[in-house]
Design a protein around this ligand. Structure first.
Ligand code: WTA
Length: 661
């Protein structure tokens, strides 16, 4: 074993072939893989014609002459919003429900494709009246209300660029993002509903703009304010406008103009776990093609009958590609929920699925593990038989959480697609196809047809399966990022410097994730490379040890880090959440010892944690990813670093106290 490979210690033998009821009518067909293998560009050109209606057909599929900035379908023209709306109405689908939305207080809205098209046309006129046109940047800072979708599509319709900032971010974060993008307009709300209360949004916008004024760098001309929370807000008559007033004053119809395929569609900031957020830039044609294609095939979408729910906020890439663009391009019925999973009761999601007849659920492992913590009795109190496809995204899903998801939520009927991708990739890159693939719990499985993934050693050689290494994307793909806004150097450095050889015309994208490829060619994600531990010269994955801990029936969730150790270089330190139903069985000290032994027994003494701390919460980003960096600080006795991206900063205080005992 050479120093750069990542050892894989976990074995997982459970297999789940596609159930007959999904295999029979499968949207995805094996033919896709065959065609993509023979001619990837021809494959994407066909998908581009199948999933998108072009105002001007493209003649060139890929222009890679300015690598690593790709131009896909570059001489084609389209309007992204028209593809998501008007064309469905013109095809006779105007009465189909586009969005069914439930607010946290229980208010429900149903919007057909005809209505959504009309709303977006008016909104586009309202934005144009405020001087928004092609290339202008618009910041969107909204709760998850239908207006958020309308706003995104209205911006897209004008060929302008949206930058959605998650409503949970602070005034300072909003300031940084408005500044970086030079936004001309901000669309916000008075407030939204969360955890049974109205949380105000407009004050954060006011504060962000005051900071920009202080910088002497305020590019924002207007603030459009959606009324949702009905909380009192401060008002600047010269700058602030109510959304409903502007909409009512705008002309009702708007003819969509076509833009070139490479017209920028959005910037989305990704902070990772450290450093200044990067403004990831996506453009129109290639993005829409891959978002629509993957949405249709990976979720086996039958738009005439499915009710599709992706629980992500529109502030994340998952909300862009799989709440808005992919589903609406496919004329799907999208369910949206404004609030938190546990308000006003812990069964809220399951109640929503039952009430709205949700058939496809796409969510994150962090949510699944939190439901495991509170126990299966809660979902079992609801009728979830409408569900036929389940999806997972955002982190590796531990096999035990996968099986729980399948059994408890999917009633052992619904296949799970574990989808690997990133803000930067724009759309799903690795996944099973539910009607075709025999599933392995914990594996994301195979590259999407037309996508080329390799697992490489540190020096760029492909590993011999079965083996672990670094996940790399070795051919351009349609929905790939086109750059980091305003920072071409960082774009090259972050993603393209590790494995590429520009002189030889070789460009390889480094994703920053470790992965194992098994004898069948299936891919198992091992976590971020920055989190890999080196114990006595063995490179161990955080994911595998965490999965082993979660395979203990008492464990709901676990995070593992490598802390410096005099004898072994690094030692494994684990933070574990015990399921509520098991809490009374042992003391914390007994649990700790049990879990140390459990890991040693399941994967070997090398992985046995030096310490196991029993905690009640783990530090997570606002999108639900565990922030191991902070746990490493605690494990090594350092003051904890930057906690501004934490969803709940109080969590670290508790963990510090427990570790100090
Ligand atoms: C992780 C979310 C394992 C991974 C769409 C990636 C995953 C990062 C999976 C991107 C998965 C996402 N299995 N790991 N199915 N999906 N990741 O930009 O580390 O928020 O690099 O995009 O999440 O996170 P991002």
């Amino acid at each position: 074993m050479s120093s750069f490979e990542i050892e894989s210690l976990l074995t997982e033998d459970r297999r789940f072939p596609p159930p007959a009821h999904v295999a029979e009518g499968s949207v995805a067909q094996p033919e896709l893989y065959r065609q993509a293998r023979e001619d990837a560009q021809g494959f994407w050109a066909d998908r581009a014609r199948e999933h998108v209606t072009w105002a001007t057909p493209f003649t060139q599929t890929l222009d890679w002459s300015q690598a690593p900035v790709a131009r896909w379908f570059a001489d084609g023209e389209l309007n992204v919003a028209w593809n998501c709306l008007d064309r469905h109405v013109e095809a006779g689908l105007g009465d189909r429900i586009a969005i069914r939305w439930e607010g946290e207080p229980g208010d429900v809205r149903t919007i057909t494709y005809a209505e959504l098209t009309a709303d977006v046309q008016r909104a586009a006129n309202a934005l144009a009246d405020l001087g928004i046109g092609q290339g202008d940047r618009v910041a969107i800072y909204l709760p998850l209300v239908p207006e958020a979708v309308v706003a995104m599509l209205a911006v897209a319709r004008l060929g302008a660029v949206h930058s959605v900032v998650f409503g949970g971010f602070s005034a300072q974060s909003l300031h940084d993002r408005i500044l970086d993008a030079g936004a001309k307009l901000v669309i916000t709300a008075d407030g939204g509903w969360r955890k049974g209360k109205v949380f105000a949004l407009k004050p954060a916008v006011d504060e962000a703009l005051a900071l920009l004024d202080a910088d002497g760098a305020n590019t924002v001309e207007h603030v459009l304010v959606v009324r949702r929370g009905e909380n009192d807000v401060a008002w600047d008559d010269a700058r602030d406008l109510w959304w409903h007033d502007s909409i009512n004053a705008a002309a009702p119809t708007h003819e969509a103009q076509a833009f070139e395929a490479e017209n920028p569609l959005f910037i989305l900031y990704t902070s990772g776990t450290t450093g200044k957020p990067k403004g990831i830039l996506h453009t129109s044609g290639g993005y829409l093609v891959q978002a629509a294609f993957t949405h249709k095939n990976v979720f086996d979408l039958k738009p005439e009958q499915d009710v599709y729910w992706c629980t992500a906020d529109i502030g994340w890439i998952t909300g862009h590609s799989y709440v808005v663009y992919g589903p609406l391009a496919n004329a799907a019925t999208v369910f949206l929920y404004e609030g938190t999973p546990d308000t006003p009761h812990p069964g809220r999601w399951w109640e929503l699925i039952e009430r709205h007849g949700v058939t496809i659920l796409y969510t994150a492992p962090t949510a699944i593990r939190s439901f495991m913590k509170t126990g299966r009795e809660i979902p079992q109190g609801f009728d979830l038989t409408s569900l036929r496809i389940l999806g997972s995204v955002g982190e590796p899903i531990n096999p035990e959480a996968w099986v729980w998801y399948r059994d408890v939520i999917g009633g052992e009927r619904a296949p799970i697609v574990d989808t690997w991708w990133q803000t930067e990739t724009g759309a799903i890159m690795v996944s099973a196809m539910p009607g075709l693939t025999t599933l392995k719990p914990g594996s994301a499985q195979v590259p999407v047809p037309g996508v080329r993934i390799d697992i490489l050693t540190e020096d760029g050689t492909r590993v011999d399966p079965p083996n672990g290494g670094l996940l790399a994307i070795t051919e351009p793909w349609p929905s790939m990022l086109r750059g980091i806004w305003g920072d071409p150097e960082r774009f090259l450095e972050t993603y393209w410097s590790k494995f590429s050889d520009p002189d030889a015309g070789k460009w390889v994208y480094f994703a920053g994730d470790g992965a194992h490829v098994d004898e069948d060619g299936d891919i198992w994600l091992l976590g971020r490379v920055d989190d890999v531990m080196n114990v006595s010269g063995h490179r161990l994955s955080t994911t595998e040890i965490e999965s082993t801990l979660v395979s203990n029936s008492a464990v709901a969730e676990a995070a593992v880090v490598g802390a410096s150790d005099e004898t072994t270089g690094q030692a494994v330190v684990a933070y574990v959440i015990v399921k509520q139903s098991h809490r009374a069985e042992h003391s914390d000290a007994e649990f700790s010892e049990l879990f140390r032994q459990h890991v040693a027994k399941e994967i070997g003494a090398i992985a046995r944690p030096r310490q196991v701390y029993i905690v009640s919460e783990l530090p997570k980003t606002r999108s639900g990813k565990i922030m191991r960096r902070l746990l490493r600080d605690v494990a090594e006795g350092r003051p904890i670093g930057d906690t501004t991206t934490l969803a709940d900063p109080a969590v670290m205080k508790l963990i510090e106290e427990i570790s100090a005992r």
